[in-house]
Design a protein around this ligand. Structure first.
Ligand SMILES: [Zn+2]
Length: 458
């Protein structure tokens, strides 16, 4: 079955770069109101492309923001159904003068294609389009049922995605969600990401006197909010970098032996990592490796602090207020609302005398973890091994991809994160690019994935 599909891919391969260039030429910058018509044009482009590939129903759906594109092919009776999710919008291009070639005129240099959206996410979306096209061309069908969901607001927070999913549960019902919108661990190391951290973002406001005071006339007799804040902040972690908030670790799922072994196998060089950052040493929670600290353990960081006089020269002031923003990266099964409540309790009960403290919950996101042995993860691992001729690794990420949690909550469906970008391809920065070998490897992987999952899925 796959011989014919691979032959179709080989036959068409030379045209893929031009097709990607055409997709990249549409400046679908979702955050820029002046590009709204281009975003819309890009949605129509996606619908037409999916129709041409062979999807019976491809549609553009209006939302209060940018449109959502769906498509559906359900001719594989008895086979599982994959919901493919991607986004057709892109980041802004500023500062445009730092681009070597114009961001919307894709250019090939040194084995990579340069252009806004090449890695994030149009190039990765196209891998799947070309895989479906090859299957349709070879056999007139796909190995399993495929639903497609492409949004135009990923880069601006996906505001209208959850309501759309909620209103279209039947249309989107599937056995698994497949996303290709993340980097591989390193060149030549195909990867499957199965865990993402969540977030709890707080702000602490400390107030002392009714206004700033003269530090000569009042210093020593009135509490200083900046110092009070510093005391609160320094008490958030102990000397071994454990978070000192009572109950903070209660729901943290321990790193399993298998994960420790998987992480240990990764080509990660701690010395290089440290040197790249130009830090004298790496510091984190005692008892864990760097990858474990970033991927599988929660972390607490002060994101910013404001108080008193910060201009040039000296001004003898005793500040009236001080504030700090603090973010906590969460891991399963921590809950952002519960952590926010624990944080508030801790900060309020540790407030020094003479000041009032107010704690604000700014933003939260749930952590995400897919079972390593999910049939689709196993199928994806086999597909990657075949296409890249290398054993794939299982990784987690320190950041968040909120849409995975949306799919989990709205549809009860696990997401598989199979990315073909590289960590240094400047997604969101000037000179964004995608390695063409990985792009072609991505088409092959996608082609294999649907076949593998169809026969060994569920
Ligand atoms: Zn993306």
């Amino acid at each position: 079955m796959m011989d014919k599909v691979i032959r179709e891919i080989e036959k068409r391969r030379d045209g893929y770069v031009d097709e990607l260039a055409e997709f990249l030429a549409i400046p679908s910058v979702s955050t820029d109101p002046e590009r709204a018509a281009d975003v819309r044009r890009c949605a129509a482009y996606c619908r037409d492309a999916l129709e041409k590939i062979g999807f019976s129903t491809a549609e553009v759906h209006e939302t209060p923001g940018h449109p959502i594109v769906t498509a559906d092919w359900s001719g594989a009776e008895g086979a599982p159904t994959v919901l493919f999710y991607g986004h057709y919008d892109v980041q802004p291009v500023d500062p445009v003068e730092l681009w070597t070639t114009p961001p919307f005129e894709a250019t090939v240099r040194d084995g990579s294609i340069y252009g806004r959206g090449s890695a994030d996410d149009k190039g990765q979306v196209l891998c799947h389009w070309k895989a479906w096209e090859a299957h349709f061309a070879a056999h007139g069908r796909l190995p399993c049922n495929v639903k497609v969901l492409l949004e135009g607001e990923e880069e601006i927070g996906s505001e209208h995605l959850a309501p759309f999913i909620d209103a279209n549960r039947d249309r989107l019902a599937s056995d698994v969600v497949l996303i290709s919108d993340s980097p591989m661990f390193a060149r030549g190391v195909p990867s499957l990401c199965y865990g993402l951290r969540g977030l709890c973002y707080m702000e602490i406001h400390v107030r002392g006197a009714k206004s700033d005071l003269h530090s000569g006339s009042f210093g020593g007799a009135v509490a200083n909010p900046a110092q009070a804040l510093a005391r609160i902040l320094s008490g958030l972690k102990d000397h071994e970098n454990h978070v000192a908030i009572e109950g903070f670790y209660d729901k943290v799922r321990p790193v399993s032996e298998r994960e420790r072994a998987e992480f240990g196998r990764l080509p990660f060089n701690e010395i290089e990592f440290r040197q790249q950052l130009e830090v004298p040493e790496l510091v984190g929670e005692a008892g864990f490796t760097t990858l474990e600290r970033i991927w599988a353990r929660p972390a607490l960081d002060i994101n910013g602090m404001i108080s008193g006089f910060t201009g040039k020269g000296a001004k003898t002031v005793l500040p009236g207020v001080a504030s700090a923003k603090v973010s906590m990266r969460l891991v399963p099964d921590q809950d952002p609302d519960e952590i926010a409540a624990l944080f508030r309790e801790h900060v309020e009960s540790h407030a020094p005398p003479g000041v009032t403290v107010r704690v604000e919950n700014l933003h939260g996101a749930r952590p995400y973890l897919a079972p390593l042995d999910h049939p689709a993860n196993r199928a994806a691992a086999r597909a990657l091994a075949k296409a890249f001729d290398a054993q794939p690794v299982f990784t987690r990420e320190g950041g968040s991809i909120p849409v995975t949690v949306t799919f989990q909550e709205e549809l009860g469906t696990t997401s598989i994160l199979m990315g073909f970008g590289l960590p240094d391809e400047n997604a969101h920065a000037p000179d964004e690019h995608l390695d063409l070998e990985n792009f072609h490897g991505g088409v092959l992987t996608a082609a294999w994935f649907y076949e593998e999952y169809a026969h060994n899925g569920k």
